[in-house]
Design a binder for this molecule. Structure first.
Ligand code: URA
Length: 430
């Protein structure tokens, strides 16, 4: 029998008029929406009222608990090692999960990473890994547990059973201009992470032009909201606020970012990717009670690379196979000599997306080899006529729109100009 303890219009008008929703209104609306008894247009109106009027800490905690209760919860308590996971709010060139998961596993902490595919200008972890020949994203719960026991790290697709209310609501927010509400972002991310069953969680909250949160104050508010939700649910949770005004590393694109991650695991790779990987690994280890281990040692001694190869092989991928390469390339050269003082993350992310590395609709395919390589980072000297970017795609018709995104996305100051680097890790909440 349908639960008629509340109705959708009553809940919408309460939030529209600036009132707090009661626990029972929240439980009812999430459950009724998941069942299909609250229509999409009603949930859209409620999401917009929440975006405009906010929710307090109790409401956000209850909303998150109701979304967790809409599906299954995973349980890793039977594993012989502690668990820790990381979530990034999304950035350009953000391939950190790829070296981080095997690195933390090599330190004796299990990493259950349930990931998604990319939408818009930030790439998805699964899309990146799917550029490895043979690699498979879909695992059953039993396969995931077995791999966590044997290898210690799993990166796979979140099954449909985990927080189904969020799956439906996130898709709706995407098309109704209601993604940016902090209570809705925080509850969306944390419902999935708490349902996933990790013991410790480190949040990488990105700040800057290429991130959801464009300024430090709103990123801090999101971080504090998520950390409180995690701690209230018994998950050891901390957040780092990290810069996303400049893209991470030297590449944005699926196979390109896998290669850069392998370079890091081999002891090389761009300094910022290594720095952030180690900073997040230290937080994950501390959260799991293993701060006696220095992850830099496990990068240097090759054990993180061994864990990567085992992790890829366990999901039918060939870690030694050549990665796909785009058929066409186009080089952008520096128009003047001097110092690169700005490289805009959003401009680079849009260019990679337009080259085919990302998708516009969730059913679109992505190109494994497409993307952007930048040959200089802010602070580097550049020489007129030398390559600044290499654009890669299988479809040359895409070059024009990608070039248009890069236009105005970087600045070259005269030689000798001073450049003050931004710190990569801006703050820590927790
Ligand atoms: N990622 C999520 O999973 N949910 C949001 O609302 C935003 C980013």
């Amino acid at each position: 029998m349908p639960d008629s303890s509340h109705d959708a219009v009553e809940v919408i008008t309460a939030k529209r008029d600036g009132h707090e929703l009661s626990d029972s209104q929240i439980d009812w609306v999430i459950s009724a929406y998941t069942r299909g008894d609250v229509a999409d247009e009603q949930m859209s109106a409620l999401a917009m009222a929440i975006l405009l009027n906010g929710m307090d800490r109790r409401e956000i905690a209850r909303w998150t608990a109701a979304m967790i209760a809409s599906g299954e919860r995973m349980d890793f308590s039977g594993l012989s090692r502690p668990t820790a996971d990381k979530h990034s709010t999304g950035g350009v060139g953000d391939k950190i999960t790829l070296p981080l998961a095997p690195l933390v596993a090599a330190c004796g902490v299990a990493v259950p990473q349930l990931s998604g595919r990319g939408l818009g200008h930030t790439g998805g972890t699964l899309d990146k890994l799917e550029s490895i020949p043979g690699w498979r994203a879909a695992l059953s719960n039993e396969e995931m547990l077995a791999q966590l026991d044997s290898v210690g790290a799993v990166i796979c697709a979140a099954g449909d059973g985990l927080a189904p209310a969020d799956k439906k609501l996130y898709a709706l927010r995407d098309v109704t201009g209601t993604v940016e509400a902090i209570p809705l972002i925080a509850s969306s991310i944390m419902s999935k992470k708490i349902a996933e069953g990790t013991g410790a969680l480190v949040l990488d909250v990105k700040v800057g032009t290429g991130a959801f949160m464009k300024d430090v104050d709103s990123a801090r508010e999101l971080a504090e909201t998520m950390v409180a939700l995690g701690q209230d649910a018994g998950v050891h949770t901390v957040a780092l606020l990290t810069d996303m005004s400049t893209p991470l590393g030297r590449t944005a694109g699926n196979a390109l970012e896998v290669q850069e991650s392998v370079d890091v695991l081999a002891g090389g790779g761009p300094a910022d990717v290594v720095e952030l990987t180690l900073a997040l690994a230290r937080e994950m280890l501390a959260g799991a009670g293993r701060d006696d281990i220095d992850p830099a040692d496990r990068l240097a001694d090759g054990s993180a690379m061994d864990a990567w190869k085992q992790m890829v092989r366990a999901q039918d991928g060939d870690p030694d196979a050549d990665l796909p390469v785009a058929r066409e390339s186009h080089v952008v050269t520096a128009s003047s000599s001097g110092v690169l003082t700005r490289l805009d993350a959003m401009a680079v992310g849009m260019a990679a997306w337009r080259l085919g590395a990302g998708r516009a609709r969730k059913e679109d395919p992505v190109q494994a080899g497409a993307g952007v390589v930048w040959h200089a980072r802010p602070g580097d000297e550049v020489t007129a006529g030398e390559p600044l970017f290499t654009l890669l795609t299988d479809e040359p018709a895409r070059f024009d729109r990608a070039l248009a995104s890069l236009d105005g996305g970087y600045d070259i100051a005269p030689a000798g100009s001073s450049y003050t680097p931004h710190p990569l890790v801006i703050d820590r909440v927790g």
